[in-house]
Design a protein around this ligand. Structure first.
Ligand SMILES: NC(=O)c1ccc[n+]([C@@H]2O[C@H](COP(=O)([O-])OP(=O)(O)OC[C@H]3O[C@@H](n4cnc5c(N)ncnc54)[C@H](OP(=O)(O)O)[C@@H]3O)[C@@H](O)[C@H]2O)c1
Length: 301
């Protein structure tokens, strides 16, 4: 199969590319950086700039499936200008791909897109699944709604649309986990706020396997890409400290302190999303790392 990936150079994309190449698939990818363009036998980069509406149209030649991961990183201060970039990097990129497919001969059958869990209501005890129609009114929730709407448009072209609402991705190469590990390693670690907020997480190996599963099974619809066992922030902090063999002696870090440091973005630390993974497991997907202790142990022991 030939797969076109956007955001292939990022944390998730780079692991996914490794998996696809190991299974002898051919990868085209779109990048906003000329310096990241490579041309290897099964791995070929193409330039695009969604903000300027530019795309190298050869990227779509022979492509069966699109995996859409591109998006400005949400872990940077949310100024008004950057908020706009967070939204547009996701929606304008979908639009640019849509317009290309609409006008060019192609054989694209499916698009699998990253999506987020921010769309779900805040909850500690209530578990939400993909059927919920309730949603939260926050900046990030609105980003997810616009992002998913932009991907849904591909259905009018007869293309199957699959959206993976992804929880906190656990990797030792980037994302949230190394930021949590750093202070604990230095002896300054502590849970955030009450520590009771639920974190729906997924090991990067499982997430990448889920993308592969989605294209192999030609899945359609929304799937929560979260492990079957979400944990509280307190529990996650404890498991990290235990794995690193570090004491946790400081009190929890108050929410107002993180608000002062991070501004609105502190939402990422205190929001509570308790999500079900039953839909994907009922589809036949098996997690390699369903429990947090094994996941952290794999990454940091
Ligand atoms: N990591 C997580 O915990 C997590 C959780 C839920 C959802 N997600 C979502 O999954 C997707 C991939 O996540 P990731 O962790 O791999 O992200 P990442 O490491 O930040 O990589 C995202 C990629 O998107 C491209 N990009 C950045 N800014 C862009 C812009 N303004 N316009 C177009 N492309 C841009 C970049 O590729 P080039 O430099 O090659 O253009 C970058 O490598 C993201 O959309 C993210 O929101 C991630």
């Amino acid at each position: 199969m030939k797969i076109l990936i956007t955001g292939a150079t990022g944390l998730i994309g780079s692991e996914l590319v490794k998996l696809l190449l190991s299974k002898n698939h051919s990868v085209h990818y779109l990048t906003t950086s000329n310096a990241k363009i490579k041309e290897e036998p099964n791995y070929k980069g193409f330039y695009w700039n969604p903000q300027e509406g530019k795309i190298d149209e050869r990227c779509i030649e022979g492509v069966d499936v699109i995996i859409h991961l591109a998006g400005a990183n949400i872990a940077q201060r949310w100024t008004n200008k950057y908020k706009q970039e967070i939204i547009e990097s996701r929606t304008l990129s979908s639009e640019l791909l849509f317009n290309l497919i609409k006008k060019s001969p192609n054989q694209v059958k499916q698009i699998v897109s990253a999506s987020g869990t921010a769309i779900y209501p805040e909850s500690i005890s209530q578990v939400y699944d993909e059927t919920t129609t309730e949603s939260e009114d926050s900046f990030l929730s609105n980003v997810v709604k616009k992002w998913e709407e932009s991907v849904d448009t591909f259905q009018v072209l007869g293309i199957k649309v699959c959206k993976l609402r992804t929880g906190i991705v656990l990797s030792n190469k980037g994302g949230a986990l190394p930021e949590m590990v750093k202070p604990i390693n230095l002896g300054f670690g502590g849970a955030m706020g009450t520590g009771k907020q639920i974190q729906s997480w997924i090991h990067i190996t499982d997430l990448v396997a889920m993308y592969y599963f989605a294209i192999e099974k030609q899945l359609e619809g929304i799937f929560n890409a979260v492990s079957p066992h979400p944990v509280s922030n307190q529990e996650l902090t404890k498991v990290i400290a235990k794995t690193l063999k570090k004491p946790l002696w400081l009190p929890n870090i108050p929410e107002f302190v993180m608000n002062l440091i991070l501004g609105e973005m502190s939402y990422l630390l205190f929001s509570s999303k308790n999500l079900s993974s039953i839909k994907i497991t009922n589809s036949g997907f098996q997690f390699q790392f369903p429990k947090i202790d094994k996941a952290i142990n794999d990454l940091y022991a």
